[in-house]
Design a protein around this ligand. Structure first.
Ligand code: PML
Length: 250
């Protein structure tokens, strides 16, 4: 039996009371690991590079085994770029290759660059027009209830790629769930950690990292999901928020 353990933390009060988002985390773990994982999440919320949280919400609920579905881990590629501007240009070209229109790519990039601060969830944009579809304002749609099937295997797989930090570990699992979603064409993301400049674009074809998508020191990051027009948006948002997904390393 698995449990969804998720954390969100903010500064200046709860998110819903206007607090500033600090960090979030998601795991699916067996009962015997709940205490340790929840403790690690609290420690992280209290010592995040975006600031120390004064609101921490941990939610734990049981996931029914018959609800679980599995998706494959995306393949990973890293592109070294000399600065953020070059990274963003390369990421935009790569997004167009996945089938997102130039207009939508431009709108997605502008939406991320215009954020006044990081959001706790993602913005959903039409992959053709670039119009925002989700109507969730500054909170966005949070992707929840996912984890890797075998932690040891996963660590080894990332180590073989020279990737050992927690940002990649979490982002790649999330991106694998998102890329498998019905109607998602691609994702664009960069980190909200001021000390971490990397970001990625992801689609069913893989996870492509760019070493710099934002300037060092910026605490603003976020995610945009580009959505195929005409799909059932409610069903997609339900999948992103509530479908428990285990990601398997091939
Ligand atoms: C995050 O910090 O949550 C997003 C991480 C984006 C980049 C992860 C990577 O290096 O692949």
């Amino acid at each position: 039996m698995l449990y969804s353990v998720r954390m969100r933390s903010a500064q200046g009060g709860a998110h819903e009371a206007g607090g500033r988002h600090i960090s979030g985390a998601e795991r699916l773990v067996p009962e015997q690991h709940i205490e340790r994982i929840a403790g690690e999440m609290v420690a992280r919320a209290l010592s995040h590079s975006r600031g120390s949280a004064d609101f921490i919400n941990i939610t734990i609920d049981k996931v029914r085994t018959d609800e679980l579905c599995t998706v494959p881990l995306l393949t990973v590629k890293t592109v070294d770029v000399p600065h953020a501007e070059a990274g963003r240009k390369a990421a935009m070209a790569a997004l167009v290759q996945t089938g997102v229109s130039e207009q939508a790519v431009q709108a997605g990039m502008e939406a991320l660059l215009a954020l006044p601060d990081s959001m706790r969830g993602a913005m959903l944009l039409c992959a053709e027009t670039g119009k925002r579809l989700d109507g969730t304002g500054q909170s966005g749609v949070r992707v929840s209830r996912m984890d890797i099937a075998d932690d040891q295997d996963y660590r080894q797989c990332l180590e073989n790629l020279g990737l050992t930090n927690v940002h990649v570990r979490e982002a790649l699992v999330l991106a694998s769930k998102v890329a498998a979603a019905p109607g998602v064409v691609a994702e664009l993301c960069w980190s909200d950690d001021p000390e971490y400049t990397a970001g990625y674009i992801a689609s069913a074809n893989g996870y492509c990292r760019f070493t710099q998508l934002k300037s060092y020191g910026s605490p603003v990051g976020g995610r945009v999901f580009f959505i195929r027009p005409g799909i059932d948006l409610e069903a997609l948002i339900a999948y992103l928020r509530r479908q428990p997904v285990i990601v398997t390393v091939k």
